[in-house]
Design a protein. Sequence first.
Length: 679
Amino acid sequence: VVDAVAFSVEVQAAMRERNAEVPQARRLVYRIGINIGDIIVEGEDIYGDGVNVAARLEQLAQPGGICVARNVYNQVRDKLDLDFEDLGEVEAKNIARPIQVFRVVLDDKAAVLVTPVVAAPVRVAPLRRWQIAAALAVCLAVIGGLVWWQPWAPKIAPAPQESTALPLPDKPSIAVLPFDNMTGDPDQEYLADGITDDLITDLSKISGLLVIARHSVFVYKGRSMKVQQVAADLGVRYVLEGSLRRAGNKVRINAQLVDATTGHQLWAERYDRDQADLFALLDEVMGKIVSALAVQLTDQEQQQLARIPTDNLEAYDNYLRAEQGAYSADFAKISETLSRYEKAIELDPDFAEAYAGLARTAADVWHYDMDTVLAGPVARKRAYEAATRAVALQPDLPRPYSVLSILQLADFEHEQALASARRAVALGPNDAEAYINLAHVLAYAGSTADAVEQADAALRLNPKPPLGFLLIAGLTLFLDRQYERAAELIERVQRATPNDTSSMETLAMTYAELGRTEAAKAQTDNLLSSTPGYSLASAETAFAHHRQPADLMHILDAFRKAGVPQWPFGFEGRSGDRLDGAEIDDMLFGESWSGRFQKSEPFFLVFDQKGSFALRSKGHFNTGTAWVRENSLCLKSPTHLMGRESCGPVYRNAKGTRSEKNEYVHVNGLWLFEFSVAQ
């Protein structure tokens, strides 16, 4: 180990001397990390924890510098006349315990260690040569080249183009891997992730690039992967990777851009800045990437990239923390996320991105019925208001238009939804969420072929997509009669989440259309087991925002083939027992019902003279409005089925009694009531 450190000092001193006479574009600059530990040798490869720690030390070193582990420092500190700077403990990716890091100070003392170059190699017996090679393997394996355009010596093995899982596009393609948090503090993870997100978001605005979406690159977070394998998986040519270290108000960022098809490192740099200069730093990194890839920016793109999101660093900090929580399935984290966005807005009322983030999260709360986080009508209103405010503040921001498109679609405003969704894609030509939302809107607007095209574009930008992408793409393919492809995508969802009801719905429909009757019936049985009240009536309400009646009928016919019952809990009434409109009126306005709700819960339901109602049961409290239409009772609650009405018949129960409170039955797409009218 003494020889290894002395050798490394000599290498760096010699390279410094060599580079003094070489133009900067041709300089070769190394970082070196040294560790002591066991290694595993297989053929020409060495690996193991000893190598992994050394690799992390190399990443921490400055260009032209050396970092060593504590075990190395302990061995050499009294044997070499060198100074060392203690950099403290660092948490490193895939390393179980923190690493104590020391930097070798390359001053006049280090220069003394330099010896003349040996004119000819010393002959070594074969056995001795192997022993020396094994002893020095860790040191030599982790000398990392930080190279400015060095085509003759690739840093990594190239990825053959034909090995990519997806074909390379006809324009530059890039994946930004999650930046490593080198701070040693897990609480700073949000900052490293936030920088990754910001770079992806900004790059996604450039029409001359193909940029892989956040979800697909974050699959690799915390994993040790070869860059060329990542590029092959995602179907890109270029990969940006980096790390972040934060100490007080100081931020250090290391970044490198690699051409994975050749292994050439196009650009690499380290930045030491005050946190207040973070936006300028990110802007500089963006400029380096754009320059390295020779991308031409439009005037609009230049304006978008030049804009600083906020001057308030505390607001930005809250925004970054909120962005990380926005992707959580934990309701508590979603609540915290909303609070973080609101805090960012409070600190900077003109922070458009914070409004857009709030809109997206509130829309998710509304769409997925997260009532414990926020009441549905409140979440929907907040999403509309925040998205509208974001657009007013920054009209070229894609995200709020995507949010507006989904809200408008649910309100049956198809033309407005299409305009908003297309605007989002135009402003974010690499925004996978914008494309999948456009596919969703097109599918419900009746343009299924175009919807499939947009869904395919979303999956190309997000080749390791979230399950929600697959669900939307699968339904789009179903509506376009591409049943085999639809089944393939939705089966992936079901393998990942066997209890997901949305995948059961689409597979039941798809298998029915494919003639796979037993498989369709199995999906329906599972759906009814997990959601006993599911029915054709509830599906008709949930899918009511299809612009083309034929598309809605397509869905309902497929459900019918799959064995989905007409009414919740399989209820079937006899036509002779059905009440007419006048009879329903008599038991509605100003009356009260009590009995059993959803086959199990005792309930009490009160109607006022104008038709407003309040429902109370053990597990429910709902309010809404009621009215009679064509011998059916219609109920509408703002907290259920996106505030849509659901109508159904009222029957006399031939076997019911007043004492059992089940003289009548009302059924609709939402609920089943067995009741008597209170006296």
